[in-house]
Design a protein around this ligand. Structure first.
Ligand SMILES: NC(=O)c1ccc[n+]([C@@H]2O[C@H](COP(=O)([O-])OP(=O)(O)OC[C@H]3O[C@@H](n4cnc5c(N)ncnc54)[C@H](OP(=O)(O)O)[C@@H]3O)[C@@H](O)[C@H]2O)c1
Length: 277
């Protein structure tokens, strides 16, 4: 049996097992199985050992270990190395390989929602493991102006340094401070929203789009497991509200491809799987 895991903390919300087990069945990989496991930082070494000993065939990494897993990898693919973030682990010739498929997943989301216009400035909340992938995808679309607000300011500064040559402007704001000028796109990349009571205390009232002929501001939340308060408020204001489902399906599809050489189709049956989630 080839066993795969998604590891993280929290992990209860993860729909990765449901999706990957559906694909294993669909593509007749009956000897493959995917599960989730809550881990702590201290468990990472042990989990990697399970791959080395062939007890596990591959991993997905989620909150908050995308950065801290890196020292356990023997090789990083170029995207993971550039973005300093790993969400997928495979093994080849005894070597542990770290990959990043989040950037391609977020590109899928931007393409599918057809919202990108390089003139739109982007306000990003968060500077965690996934935010570099979001910046990478935005850069791919020609975005020029980025505003970044994170609770731990140093992490936002680190991201600014990583991307300073790729954008015309990256301005760092205090946590829960917003840009003086309205942005075309606002993205929540924090984990604030995984708990139903999580609230980001920013007043976006001036983003209200109640008139039908008005261009709509776009609010994206990477969280896919439930509609967050951030997106509920955006819908109330009449904004275009996009959750993390398409990104989730995209990053999963590319991980699946790394492990099996099969690139699954995201068809209506796949979307149907998550209708009630
Ligand atoms: N749709 C998808 O496919 C997809 C893919 C990847 C990630 N995600 C989602 O994206 C989110 C972030 O993932 P990640 O891997 O970047 O996680 P991470 O590395 O743990 O980063 C967490 C981020 O949330 C912020 N944060 C956490 N608690 C906070 C609080 N109480 N107040 C203010 N800020 C807080 C952190 O700020 P500090 O830096 O100050 O700690 C950091 O910016 C998660 O919800 C994850 O589920 C979705």
């Amino acid at each position: 049996m080839k066993k795969y895991l998604v590891i993280g903390n929290p992990i209860k919300h993860s729909l990765s097992p449901k999706l990957h087990n559906y694909w294993f069945k669909k593509y007749n990989l009956s000897n493959h199985n995917y599960d989730k496991r809550k881990v702590t930082e201290d468990d990472l070494k042990k989990v990697i050992l399970e791959i080395k000993n062939d007890k596990l065939a591959g991993l997905n990494i989620t909150v908050p270990f995308k950065r801290s897993i890196i020292p356990f990898c023997d090789i990083l693919d170029k995207t993971a190395e550039d973005l300093r973030s790993v969400n997928t682990i495979s093994k080849k010739n005894g070597k542990i390989i770290g990959w990043n498929t989040d950037s391609l997943g977020f590109l899928d989301c931007l393409k599918a929602s057809n919202i990108m216009d390089e003139k739109k400035s982007v306000f990003i909340l968060g500077a965690g493991g996934v935010t570099s992938a979001v910046l990478d995808a935005l850069w791919g679309f020609g975005s020029k102006q980025i505003y970044l607000s994170n609770r731990t300011k140093d992490k936002a500064i680190e991201l600014k340094n990583m991307f300073k040559d790729k954008f015309d402007k990256i301005e760092i704001l205090n946590w829960e401070e917003k840009p003086k000028k309205k942005c075309g796109i606002v993205i929540n990349t924090t984990s604030m929203g995984l708990a139903k009571t999580d609230l980001i205390n920013i007043d976006f009232n001036e983003y209200e789009n109640k008139k039908s002929n008005q261009e709509k501001s776009i609010f994206i939340d990477l969280i896919y497991s439930q509609k967050t308060n951030f997106l509920k408020a955006a819908e109330k204001r009449g904004n275009l509200a996009i959750d993390g489902k398409i990104m989730f399906l995209g990053q999963a599809k590319y991980s699946f491809n790394i492990w099996t050489n099969i690139l699954p189709k995201i068809d209506t049956n796949t979307l149907e799987l998550f209708k009630n989630d």
